[in-house]
Design a binder for this molecule. Structure first.
Ligand SMILES: [Zn+2]
Length: 158
């Protein structure tokens, strides 16, 4: 078994594109500032999978400056990480996710996001923990300027 940790943070900017979290579009007055579609949860997840395999970070596989990856669907990033994992004969055991943001309130979207993750990861929901937290008003996240996501996961040899 191997453990992986991933973290990602993005700024919020005035609305343009949909705000995506775990592949789910969430109504919000702001969007995420990113070269890709800005799905902070999927980025942290992919980082954790790459990390568990000691395969570097997202930048190793996806160039932020590449115009081809402009607005890229982050599910492609997770799929790449899962493919690298499968190639090495590992599978996911469980994932534990914490999203830290002041707004929007995520509680009502938790089950929808978990359904989406179940599909993306092909992992049963009882192996996916998803927690929504605030930063108690502290720093940039507390002021609603950014959103942060942490992921810890375990992979196991087939
Ligand atoms: Zn990111």
């Amino acid at each position: 078994m191997r453990i992986g940790f991933g973290r990602d943070i993005h700024r919020f900017v005035p609305k343009g594109r949909p705000f995506l979290l775990g592949g789910v579009s969430i109504p919000f007055e702001k969007e995420i500032d990113a070269h890709s579609d800005g799905d902070v949860l999927l980025h942290a997840l992919a980082e954790a999978i790459f990390g568990s395999l000691s395969l570097g970070d997202l930048g190793t596989y996806f160039d932020e400056k590449d115009p081809k990856s402009e607005g890229m669907n982050s599910k492609i990033i997770v799929k790449k990480a899962l493919d690298e994992m499968k190639k090495r004969n590992y599978h996911l055991q469980n994932v534990d996710i914490s999203v830290v943001t002041e707004k929007p309130h995520l509680r009502e979207y938790i089950s929808k996001i978990k359904n989406s993750l179940e599909n993306i990861l092909n992992l049963s929901k009882d192996c996916i923990a998803l927690k929504a937290q605030t930063n108690e008003g502290c720093d940039a996240i507390g002021k609603g300027e950014a959103i942060l996501c942490y992921v810890v996961l375990l992979i196991e040899k087939d």
